[in-house]
Design a binder for this molecule. Structure first.
Ligand SMILES: *Cc1c(COP(=O)(O)O)cnc(C)c1O
Length: 383
């Protein structure tokens, strides 16, 4: 007997995907529905896993996926869309490799674990300056950026902080002469974001766009032209210009992952697009924050005004005589195990914050949030 599927999937990533997407993806694993090209280049009758990335069928999938990134996610046509591998983590290194300039400094804002990893790679590759950090208060807010130095190569921001649950309310407008780079892994597609302000953006697909193993990267074509002159010491594979020339197919891509990303974007479009998703996500997050703010047991980690609409971490208020300890307290352990038994999956907080976290990406239905809120109310009543 197969195990019972949890009813409510709050995983931070890889994360919940829309049920119709899972159905279409599994059908494509059995047999790709193809238009049946007559020139022998068709994959009709074969699995998506079995066809060439240079054949007509995959070429079509790749082109449609790129087009949907523009149409549905609002990536301007001035920007080149690419599907790379190596996760968002490889972008931590590729960004400084490609965008560093001689006698200039790479600038970052430290908003938590992922920003910290990006900073760490930048330090390997060149002079790096952290313009602002929220570390002192446990990354519970988005710090003011302050003045951006005129000798900056670029400014890098993590626009939604998956672990601490903070989010930039909008993509900030920075100096026109300094490229803005964003890691938007965990909120791309969740609401309209003004990517015309962004010179280069990236997102691991496994949060809101599809499966792991695909990283969406988009870069202003003018910026790419500028980098062409300065990347001669970067291996070809790690240059954006290499991938921009043959978007998505410089080498064998994660063909299945790109297909699923395409199916997710079609689903998002058919559900009313990004504006409708934003409305649903605002309603979902506000239900959870309302509960957390009115509770005397649960504490939201992020401060009002800085809160993510996608990732919502909280802690359980320890009894006043409890000693601070890295290990989760007994009440948190009990909460998580009762939640698991009641069909809520993926609520354990990241080890660096502890407590709990609900990730409420696009594919998570509001019914799951309602059920969680009810479960938490009941838990508090009995605690
Ligand atoms: C998950 C995540 C990453 C890491 O992604 P990988 O694909 O595992 O490398 C980086 N940044 C943010 C904001 C994330 O949420």
């Amino acid at each position: 007997m197969s195990p019972v599927r949890p009813l409510h999937n709050f995983s931070a990533g890889p994360a919940i995907l829309p049920a119709p997407v899972l159905e279409r993806a599994s059908a494509a694993v059995h047999e790709l529905k193809s238009k049946g090209h007559s020139d022998g280049a068709s994959g009709a009758g074969l699995s998506i896993l079995e066809i060439s990335h240079r054949g007509r069928d995959y070429t079509e999938i790749n082109e449609q996926a790129i087009d949907l990134c523009h149409e549905v996610l609002g990536i301007p046509r001035t920007h080149q869309v690419m599907f790379l591998q190596g996760g968002a983590s490889l972008q931590f290194a590729m960004v400084p490799m490609n965008l560093n300039r001689p006698n200039r400094v790479s600038c970052y804002v430290d908003t938590g674990v992922w920003a910290g990893k990006a900073i760490k790679e930048s330090r390997v590759l060149g002079e790096t300056r952290v313009l602002a950090s929220a570390q002192e208060t446990g990354f519970d807010h988005i710090p003011e950026i302050g003045e951006i130095p005129s000798d900056a190569s670029y400014l890098h921001l993590t626009t939604n902080n998956t672990i601490y649950g903070t989010e930039y309310p909008e993509i900030p407008r920075v100096r026109d002469d300094i490229p803005l780079v964003v890691d938007a892994s965990s909120h791309i597609g969740s609401r309209p974001l003004d990517f015309s302000r962004v010179a280069l953006g990236y997102a691991g697909a496994q949060k809101n766009l599809g499966p792991s193993g695909v990283t969406l990267v988009f870069a202003d074509k003018d910026l790419l032209k500028d980098t062409a002159a300065t990347v001669s010491s970067v291996p070809h594979y790690l240059r954006y210009t290499t991938h921009a020339k043959t978007p998505g197919v410089y080498n064998t891509p994660n063909t299945f992952g790109v297909l699923v990303l395409k199916l997710v974007l079609e689903w998002l479009r058919d559900e009313g697009g990004i504006e409708a998703a934003a409305t649903r996500n605002a309603e979902k997050s506000s239900k959870l924050y309302t509960l957390l703010d009115s509770s005397s047991l649960f504490d939201a980690h992020a401060l009002p005004g800085h809160r993510s609409h996608m990732n919502i971490p909280w802690t359980l208020r320890a009894p006043t005589d409890a000693k601070p300890d890295a290990k989760p307290d007994a009440l948190t352990v009990r909460f998580l195990s009762e939640a698991q038994a009641a069909g809520f999956s993926g609520l354990k907080g990241h080890r660096s914050v502890g407590g709990c976290r609900a990730s409420i990406y696009n594919a998570l239905p509001i019914a799951s949030v309602n059920a969680l809120v009810e479960f938490m109310r009941e838990f508090e009543r009995k605690a």
